[in-house]
Ligand binder design. Sequence first.
Ligand code: FES
Ligand SMILES: [Fe+2]
Length: 419
Amino acid sequence: MLSKELNERLTRIGPGTPAGDLYRRYWMPVAATSQLVGPSRIRVRILGEDLVLFRDGSGTLGLVGEQCPHRGCSLLPGIPEQRGLRCAYHGWLFSETGEVLEQPAEPAESVFRNRVRAKAYPVEELGGLVFAYMGPDPAPLLPRFDLFVEPGGLRHIGVTHLPVNWLQIMENSLDPVHFEWLHGHYGNHVFASKGMPQTTNTTAKHIKIAFDRFEYGIIKRRLVEGRDETADEWAIGHPIVFPNMLRLGLGPGVSAFQIRVPVDDTNTLIWWYTFFHRPDKNAQQESVPVFELPYKTEDGETITDTIDGQDMMVWVSQGPVYDRSTEHLGTSDRGVVAYRRMLQEEMAHVAEGKDPVGVVRDPSINDSISLPHERHVHFSGGPSYRDHLMRTSGMRYSPLQETILEFMLEEAVEPAEVP
Ligand code: FES
Ligand SMILES: [Fe+2]
């Protein structure tokens, strides 16, 4: 149980809040590259700030405050020019660094433009995502985690806008036992009500769980009935890359990141980043497709027959910002406690002017950062591999996704070939 004050402190992420200051020390994915093809702009709301992400005619990306510093018009309807973004109202032109390049209505000899800047944050593309850094200078390196840079794979990106605070999503990642109940017993209850086949590989009882710190966050481990300590999910575990990314195996040949980016205190953007291994390391993928992964059906029903849907159902049901002053934690919740402790420690590091855990500044380690990962997880398999993926990832709720899945399963390596 937390005091109301501590609950506020851990969950609020606007500018100047302790958790907001912490998040601003890490690069955050704010869009998919494929959302910005050619000169274009989109609205982005991240960490409680309204921003406009644009690509100009030269291909350069910029992320600027939505309000024009002249007289506050939105830059969203602005014109992406060969260089920069031009405000629709009086034509001020801004570079990707926020510099005012032109003020067409001012005298030609005026130096007024040198005294004004738009709010702007650095952005970089990696692995089909656009990342932003919203913290103090000097910006650290954008970490090149393995699935973003591994050659030859096929990738796709799902995105969900979920109306809940980010912390209840992250706490789920430190909670192995829910798998057996929410995705096992409850999942089977849902399948039974729909006349769908039951699964037995999701209901294995948890014998023990463990949480160990590593240089990028926390490794979560579980040992379930029917497996021994050499099983990947115990011997290797899966990492929670602090503060907001999970790396997991979805079965042979398929790995995933889930990245949860706070939009504001009561909304979170979830990136479901999936990587299919292929034997040909030189194979190229022209662009990484992005699709919306819903948490409700078209009829407004909460999706409960996929693992992703079940997770999103419980996160939303905890309320916009879960009030932890009413919770009752048991021994099975010690991963949640470990994560909250780490949050407070890292907030303290930031308050002291230090880098929090996992910030990368050494280019010599950043070609590809390999994270520990499970290859054969206890719940993979089932009636068919395709069926397993559909149940795991909510793919059945996107027609586009069916097409991508068929293509990827043809191209992906056979399970037996995966190292
Ligand atoms: S409000 Fe943007 S140029 Fe005037
Ligand atoms: Fe889950």
